[in-house]
Ligand binder design. Structure first.
Ligand SMILES: [Fe+2]
Length: 196
């Protein structure tokens, strides 16, 4: 289930929300939508998914986006907890950027965190398997899955070139917890255990 951590502009932790309704109130003004679907049990393994009809597999809740968001490009990002796997990509993912197109991200396995700016502060949305996120065109964001990334996700774009990232050139504050520290902080504050 998604968890939203709120920070001030310096990256100091302010609050943690675990209720979907409260999280939605914070994210909808940004044009950001999120939800959760039951993942099919017959997902093809990464690397063996050529020809997969993702629309049929993803189910009705996500297909409800199709009238306004028709994915023309679906990209699968699957990283194992091997430092050599994530080292090269981590700086690219975490740097603040935006896309000309909307981006939909669906987590098939593992977890990761999106970083955003809102109302003069910063937000971190922690997602895991089954969570999906709709980022509207132009909304600046970053993504991190930690020093040993372990996630499998689909990225869907309506424009075949929409995945191209435009860096904003802004840095996240040093105090803003990156994924591993974020998870530790969420566990400490909520008492949630992995998998709950
Ligand atoms: Fe992105």
């Amino acid at each position: 289930m998604p968890v939203l951590a709120l920070f001030d502009a310096a990256g100091e932790w302010q609050d943690t929300l675990v209720c979907d309704g409260l999280i939605r109130q914070r994210l909808e003004p940004l044009g950001l939508l999120f939800g959760r679907i039951d993942l099919p049990s017959d997902l093809p393994p990464a690397g063996q998914d050529a020809g997969t009809d993702w629309r049929a597999l993803l189910g009705a809740p996500l297909q409800a986006l199709w009238p306004t968001f028709t994915p023309a490009f679906i990209d699968r990002v699957s990283l194992a907890p091997d430092p050599s796997d994530g080292d090269a990509l981590r700086p690219q993912f975490i740097r603040e950027h935006h896309h000309d197109d909307a981006e939909v991200r669906l987590f098939l396995a593992g977890s990761g965190a999106f970083y955003l700016r809102a109302g003069g502060g910063l937000l971190a949305l922690l997602c895991d398997a089954g969570d999906w996120l709709y980022l509207p065109p132009g909304l600046a964001h970053g993504f991190d899955a930690g020093a040993k990334p372990d996630f499998d996700a689909l990225r869907l774009f309506a424009d075949p070139q929409g995945w191209q990232a435009h860096p904003t050139g802004r840095d996240w504050p040093a105090k803003l917890p990156r994924f591993d520290a974020l998870v530790d902080g969420v566990l400490a504050q909520t008492g949630l255990e992995d998998g709950e």
